[in-house]
Every structure is written in C-alpha cells, then in structure tokens.
Design a protein around this ligand. Structure first.
Ligand code: CTP
Length: 459
C-alpha cells in the first residue's frame, strides 16, 4: 500500500512573492508529495481576474523551479479541482484562508485545509507598486463610448479621464457631473497635448485614419474600432508609423480578446477536429437602436461587420489568397455580402455579413475528425461545442464572461503598454492586415466599378 501523502493547491502565482512561497512550503509540510495547480490565463480572465501580468508559461516555470514542488499542472476550468482530487488520489487540498468556506464542497473528495495567509503582501499590491496607471483619453462620442468607460473600471492598469469630440455642446454635456471623465476637449491637438498616454477611437469609420495618424505622431498608443483605415495604402502606412514611433496600434475587435475565443483557438491547434477544411461565420445586425445615426448603416455591411468573420477565418485558416464577393447593394451601399475566401491547401472561408436584415449569427469550423459549433452570437464567444459523427462524444466548453466583453480587450491593451510590448499575440499586426483584407479589397473593387460607371456616363 502506498502511504505517501499527496497534497494539492491552486493559485495564479503572478509575480511570485513571499506570501506564495510560505503557503507552498506549509502545504508541502502537510505531507510528502506536493502538486501545484497554476491557473491558465483564459480561465483566470473568464473568472474576472483580468490584471495578471505574467503568462501561464512564465508562472508555471517559476513554480517548477521550486525544489519542494513535485508536480505542476495547469487549471483550465471550474470543475477541474474535483476531477484532480480523484485523478491524483489527493489526501489534502490546501489553500490560503482568504478562501475559507469556498472549497468546503471538496471535502466530499478529500480533506480541505485552509492555511493562514501572509499579511501585507499580494500580487495586486506588487502590480500597483511596480506599474504606473496609464492615463487614457476617448476620441469621439460614438456608439461604444459609455460602454468603454464602464468596462474600463474593471481594468486596474487603465484610467480613462478625458474625452475629445468636435461637437462642443455634446462634450460639455457629457463631462458635466461625470465622476470619471473630468476633462472635455473639442480641439484634437489640445487633447493630444495633455498627459494621456493612450487613446481609444470610436468615430465614423472614414475619420479613423487621420485621427490615428495624429495620435501616433503625438506619441500615443492607439486602440481604435475596426477598420483602422478604408484603403490598403493607409492601413500599411499606419502600421508602419506605429512601428517607427514604437507605439501600439490595436484594432478594437473585442472577440479576439475573449477567453472562450482564445481557448477555442488552442483546442483547434491541438487538433481536436483534425485537419481544418472550412470556416463559416455569419454576422448580421439591424442597427435599430437609437445610438446608431441614420448614416451609420450607409457605411455598408462589409465595412461595419466583416472584420468579425474575417477574424475567425484568418485566425483558423491563415491569410486569404483569393476573395470572391456576392453582394446585394441597395441605395448605394451593400446591405448583404457573402464573402468566399481561399486559404492555404485550398481551405475555404465563408463569411456572411448583413445590415438591416437578420439571420442566424453562428459559426461552424469543419475538420476531418469533427466540427466546432459556436452558437449565436458567436462573436460574443461564451460557449462552443466540439461535435463528432458519434453524437455521444460531443464536448461542451463554457467560458461565461462579464459585462459586454470589452474589458478583456482593454486589459490586454493596458497590459501591453505596461509590459513595454508593441504587439498582441491575440491580434498581431499581420492578423490586423488579414482581417481587413476583405473590406479593403471590397472597397477597391467598388471604387473601380464606380469609376468605370462614371466614365461610361461621361461618354
Ligand atoms: N497567499 C498567501 N498569502 C498571501 C498571498 C497569497 O498565503 N499574502 C496564498 C493564497 O491564499 C493562495 C495562493 O497563495 O492559496 C495563491 O494566491 P494568488 O491568488 O495567486 O495570490 P495573491 O497574491 O492573493 O494574488 P491577487 O492579489 O492577484 O489576488
């Protein structure tokens, strides 16, 4: 009989500190074999822990380096603890007493022991002491402005305190009695001349290019609603400018930063559905709410929405080589567009976008072993299913997220600035070029069609 006593404990262990070390040492002293579960970044983010500085890999390495730790595992979801108790035949589950009561349910599987927490130290405190808060301004009083401000309250690295819009009266009304946004500007140069380090841009799409250019030239990091520019040349210029200025330029495609979306990409990378052959995604919206002005919809379905399906298609299949459009144009703008893209090894991307018309906004990724189904609205990814021909084998993944989902993107933006990084792995500059290729080509083809039509009319 094996009388070796196995202890298990879990934590994030960001910026490993004295409190963590003391807890782990005491946990080990309870028995012979210590297993440490380090929480995965996607799981942490899905449970609201947004401000962790170090990657899962880095945190795992730091714990592995401790000679009294016998095994390190990664904790990926809520039910894993109970599964681990059985899997590793655990004798004691130890955890700091900040969790008293929270894990009593595990007494069913093992003995739960709460250990006294070390006073006066925490990762939160270290993050505060080591990193300055980033001051940020908002450009435009757009559709998502209020939402952005509300969501930024959950991100400790960022403080939004200024707003710019060319509409003086609107700015005045917005900042009046606003507890967070104390300063309003109707002059962009003056706004950029303040001590803000970063801006979030949410204006009419055609204004993005110039606003981004000026902000980068003024030395600000930029987070901007997609598309960053409406022409290929302009997008390239902006990405080049950000690189030269050593600043972050990030498209605000919030899906790219959601915990479930990133977990989905990991599962696909691990080959859960075999070789991927096709990605299909739909996004439509009626845009009926008051916050959308009459001319919003006239920017066209492709410009407003295609970056979302393009994100999924490009992240999974890589760069598109060949694009075909089947559009439906009414009153001079596309209300509906079925976009078919070809990728490496002949794989297919099928994106459908529409405005003023409603359809099922789901996504399907098809592979040689099975497929992934993401229910509508797939771009607010919370759950997805991996399905096989044998329906008994279906696997369900669930990563609920808080609020509107913007906080994950804001947290990544803040974390990049704090860590001195210029590119996000979740949405790299080449991802941004990839997801914009569709709309930029569509605009080019429409412009040249219009030109030749005008020429014919002149004749
Ligand atoms: N811990 C401790 N004493 C501290 C800090 C943490 O004993 N001063 C314990 C926790 O109770 C937990 C483990 O260390 O069992 C990992 O905790 P973690 O949440 O990763 O560390 P915190 O410093 O509490 O992180 P944060 O501030 O982000 O919540």
């Amino acid at each position: 009989m094996n009388d070796k006593k196995t202890i298990i404990t879990y934590g994030t262990y960001d910026m490993l500190h004295k409190g963590h070390m003391r807890l782990l040492e005491r946990a080990k002293a309870l028995g012979d074999y210590l297993i440490v579960g380090v929480t995965d970044e996607n799981y942490d983010r899905s449970r609201g822990k947004l401000n962790v500085i170090e990657s899962t890999k880095k945190r795992v390495k730091a714990i592995e380096a401790l000679d009294f730790v016998d095994k390190v595992i990664v904790e990926k979801h809520k039910n894993q603890k109970a599964e681990d108790m059985v899997k590793y035949d655990v004798d004691i589950f130890a955890i700091g007493d900040d969790w008293v009561g929270a894990f009593d349910y595990l007494n069913e599987y093992t003995h739960v022991e709460y250990l006294a927490r070390t006073e006066g130290i925490s990762s939160t405190k270290l993050r505060k002491e080591n990193f300055d808060t980033i001051k940020m301004g908002i450009v435009g009083l757009g559709r998502d402005t209020q939402d952005f401000i509300d969501e930024s309250k959950f991100v400790t690295s960022i403080k939004v305190n200024r707003i710019y819009s060319d509409d003086f009266l609107k700015v005045k009304a917005f900042t009046k009695d606003n507890e967070l946004i104390k300063y309003g500007h109707d002059n962009y140069d003056e706004f950029l001349d303040t001590n803000i380090q970063a801006v979030y841009i949410d204006t009419a799409l055609k204004e993005h290019y110039l606003l981004i250019k000026k902000a980068l030239e003024a030395g600000k990091h930029v987070l901007c609603e997609n598309p960053l520019a409406l022409g290929k040349k302009e997008l390239k210029e902006l990405l080049g400018l950000a690189k030269r200025e050593k600043k972050i330029l990030l498209s605000a495609v919030k899906t790219a930063f959601l915990p479930a979306f990133n977990q989905l990409l990991k599962e696909l990378d691990n080959g859960v559905i075999g070789d991927i052959k096709e990605v299909r995604a739909t996004r439509t919206s009626l845009y009926k709410e008051k916050r959308y002005s009459d001319n919003f919809i006239q920017q066209g379905a492709t410009n407003i929405l295609s970056s979302y399906p393009s994100l999924l298609v490009n992240k999974v299949l890589g760069k598109s080589k060949n694009i075909t459009f089947f559009d439906q144009v009414e009153n001079g703008y596309d209300i509906n567009n079925l976009i078919i893209t070809k990728h490496k090894k002949g794989t297919l991307g099928i994106s459908n976008v529409a405005v003023g018309m409603k359809s099922e906004g789901d996504a399907v990724i098809s592979g040689t072993k099975g497929y992934v189904y993401i229910p509508a609205p797939w771009w607010l990814t919370k759950t997805f299913e991996v399905r096989f021909e044998d329906t008994h084998r279906t696997m369900k993944f669930n990563y609920e997220f808080e609020g509107s989902g913007l906080r994950y993107m804001i947290a990544e933006f803040g974390s990049l600035i704090q860590r001195g990084k210029r590119q996000s792995k979740m949405l790299s500059p080449s991802d941004m070029v990839g997801i914009n290729r569709v709309l930029l080509e569509y605009n080019e083809s429409r412009n040249s069609k219009n030109k030749s039509k005008n020429k014919k009319e002149e004749k």
